[in-house]
Design a protein around this ligand. Sequence first.
Ligand SMILES: [Ca+2]
Ligand SMILES: [Ca+2]
Ligand SMILES: [Ca+2]
Length: 839
Amino acid sequence: MLLPSPTSAPVATRPSPTLRPVLPAASPPAINDDGVIYADSSPKVARRRCAFPAINDDGVIYADSFMLAPFNQGGLTVLLNLQPFIYEAGMQCGWDGWTQYAALEEQNRWVEDSASHFTGRLPGGETWYRQKIYAQGRNIHLELSLEGGGEADEIGWAEFAFYLPLPTFRNQRYLSDQSEGTYPAEYGARLLAEHLSELQLLPDHPTRNLTLRADHAISLWDAREWGSQMYMVTVSLPLDGSPLHFTLTPPPADPGPNPAALRYSRVGYLPQGTKQAVLEIDWRDSYPSLAAALERKTTGGAETVFTGEFSPALQDFWKQFAVFDFSAVSKSGEYRIVWAGGATDWFPIAPDIFINRWQNTLDFFLPFEMSHAAVDLGGGLAHGASTLDDAVAVPPDTIGADGYISYEADGAAGYVPLDVGGWFDAGDYDLNVSAQAFVVHQLALAWEEFQPPRDLHSLDVPNRRLNANQPNGVPDLLEQIEWGTRWLLSMQAADGRVFVGVVESPETYGATALPEEMTDGVPSSGDERWLFHDYHSDVNLKFVIAMSAASRVLSQTHPQLAQQARQAALRAWEYFQTHPEVYRETIYFSDWEEGREQMISAAAAELYLTQPDPAYLQTLGQFRLYFENLPTEWPAPTLSGHSGFWYAPPFLARLYPLLPEGSLKTSVRAALETAADALQELTAPAPFPLMRDWHDTEWGVSGAYANALNDAYWLGKALPERIHVADLLPAAYWLYGLHPVNDFTFVFGSGLPEPLYHYHAILHVRFGAAPASVPGALAPGIATFTESGVLYYLDQPEIYRNNEACIYDAASFLFAMLMLEQPATHHTIYLPAIWSGAS
Ligand SMILES: [Ca+2]
Ligand SMILES: [Ca+2]
Ligand SMILES: [Ca+2]
């Protein structure tokens, strides 16, 4: 059997960190007239046992606590009690070196005759992969085949693979045929067992012991061979077109549903605004007593200050939720909630709960992410000045790693010096204008609004170095803005066109290596990263916005750089105006996007806010009708974010007070009202804000919560009678624990309960499978298995969708936390209704 080379091991194949809908919404378990949820044709009562596997309309096969759910285009995940147990399983083969199910073309997935089907064609080949899964008795049958292509020689090997996470399986016993073994703690050999007909994965744990059966076809591997913190079970798939049959048996014992849990904000609550805690139970469970009491800490103990009930609010996502609302309590103090499950920890209600929450992001995460610079923050949070030989222009029609695509590729040729500034995109090292411009813009607005003078570090541009803990009199936020600005400036051609981004070649992308090890740093030695340089009008406009804002905030400390940024913005705008508009798929842009009007409006507004030239108002004037009928549904932008077309209303909100009375101002006001109402609607679904979009979010949603807060800030400034930040406070609490699935705060280093693992290539190199994180990084957090509607958070290494912190989310978080630490009057002045009823 051939095996994937290290650089194409599973760790290298991951989706780009983009919050974007990829599939139609999965239908959740249905609810009958009695409010009982059920997930197949026969309604179930709570706690009813389901010992034999059943299948629902979404292709989810489940029995007791066991669930086999479709995941990620032909893959599967095994959940136990709604928590991923085996995160990824599915076909892989030796086609084109290494090809996995998700890369298949013409994919089809459907449910028919109580079986889950999936088909797809090998990319660029003739061979079809077919997968059929159904329940029979206690077992789940899998039927697989690769047929029709006559390409066996080129495929080489094929198998169905289950990836077993190291933390769960290490040092545990497995049982194979007549023998047994132990998952090794340390890597010794890649092959642990082969030609097995039966494998019990965890025989010592009856509630977790899955059994696989396949005639002499099962092998067990140590995937650390390929840089992954996993073991791997494979079942060989014949290449002669004949089908593979094998079975998977759920665990013999049912532990019962997860215990009921109470979700609340671990950082506490501001005195004003909504204050809620949410009771969460599994779909198989029924509510305990719904009584709840709020206790206040006193010198002698505790006094009950408020009593009420959890109010059932939602049955969805294989869960049930009920809300305890104690908004009426606003007196500062330490509180806890007493409920059927016991008492929570003490949490504050106080005006200062968000003070200094942004500092770790500025002190640690943004510096840690600096590309092209040496940074040492201590404790292993260090890297050298990397890829100083960026970059070499790609040829036409190149499919790059991580979603980069080239077309005619006529913007540059050969080596282009891009060796200064910018930040790593996320846990990987690429840089693209879409994300970098978003970050520079967010940081620039943060400076304009809040001017945090914090100065811990000094930036040394000529030496490509951040001198940590050496203050230099320049506020660190301005130095970060400078660093982003310098990279963006390098990405513009003389004629005004702005390039797309820089990424490793597909062969090196995702390697387990420090950034300074990705290339030799010497230009034109043949190992350079790839520059994507096609024209994309949206990219030029994002650049216009970032450089305009940077030119304003850098004018005091860096007047020359500010002037360069200003001229660059004007050149990019000129280029946009004098070239046909082009919008097409590449990193952080999909071909289904709508909303070019918003992208252009945002750029024109930012230009006007920088220099009030009436020509920009003429541009905006073209969109009066659009503003009056602002779309509020995907695929138009409906919330701020780095990808796709940018959401115009926050820009229009900043512009609005400056507009002269007239038809443009009237239409802008209409757009702002629509946007404010739409945001209010997103806050409305109980029990959590923004839930409407959860069925479509395959990447964690923390960034959306930070962006919603920021949008509320800008819209509230323009239309204080319509919306206010206080309306979005539950979005802030969401980041700090008031969310489903677990009790984590999603920003690292806050001193509150948080995940163990933060995926970053540097941490992966330095710490391997040991827990590690960078303070101030915002984890993506809760994600959805979109095909099955299961919410999840898996706190293990390499679970990118949950724990790969992204640079743009950090920027949004920084703005949001600076905003929330402003005096409370700032949040409440316009909201008399919220004060009424306060105790
Ligand atoms: Ca990336
Ligand atoms: Ca400084
Ligand atoms: Ca080189």
